[in-house]
Write a protein that binds this ligand. Sequence first.
Ligand SMILES: Nc1ncnc2c1ncn2[C@@H]1O[C@H](COP(=O)(O)OP(=O)(O)OP(=O)(O)O)[C@@H](O)[C@H]1O
Ligand SMILES: [Mg+2]
Length: 247
Amino acid sequence: MLKLQGIRAGYGRIEVLHGIECTVGDGEIVTVVGANGAGKSTLLKTVSGILGIWSGTIELGSTAIHKKSVERIASLGVVQIPEGRQLFGPLTVEENLELGGYAKRRSGRKAHAKLEEVYELFPRLRERRRQQAGTLSGGEQQMLAIGRALMAEPRVLLLDEPSMGLAPLIVKEIFTILGELNQRGLGMLLVEQDARLALSLAHRGLVLERGTVVLEDTGQALLNNPDVQAIYFGQHGGRRDSRTESA
Ligand SMILES: Nc1ncnc2c1ncn2[C@@H]1O[C@H](COP(=O)(O)OP(=O)(O)OP(=O)(O)O)[C@@H](O)[C@H]1O
Ligand SMILES: [Mg+2]
């Protein structure tokens, strides 16, 4: 289980997260819903170690991880898929995947088996294994970003807006695969502007307002919550459509 207690963090002297409490059980999907600037990405960055915390603790099982490096945290099983994907554009699909598994220092055969597993999950990546990552469509790039994270054999995946800029059909495909990965036991902390979609996948959800958790409930209860519906449903549909790319 991943457990955050009293997390305060920010940039410079500005505090963005004001004491966050949050747990992600083994194999659980927890969604964080909130407006632009609420601190969702900041929260994920504190968990993956990209951003240091000012106070509080983050534990994975019985191991405190909040003072460890990004690489160490990833090798312990907490892996972030960054907002904007951050692939190595000039490298091929397969090279990007291999880099994802680099920290694992597996034998050739084990690394190959992991690669096969990712290709089975994303046949489209197999077809394009020799293609430069930078020339993939937006949807394929998101698949590659997820595939690369899986190469590190995470226990908890941190996802920052996986639907960003993608056509609805591709978003559906990606969320189906996230559901499948969860069925196999992978836990997730999921940040997503499309609150309705993300909550329908999640076991539990948190609503973050200006750096504070104001509501926490099961995904289903939040989906049915009139306040959540009024504030967070619908307003982002247009945003996503306006940024839609071809898949
Ligand atoms: N590198 C940074 N330096 C200074 N301030 C930052 C930095 N990154 C984020 N912030 C500020 O921290 C606050 C929270 O930002 P954050 O990116 O966590 O929000 P968010 O909930 O992910 O928003 P969005 O939905 O737009 O992605 C905002 O006020 C933002 O301006
Ligand atoms: Mg963000």
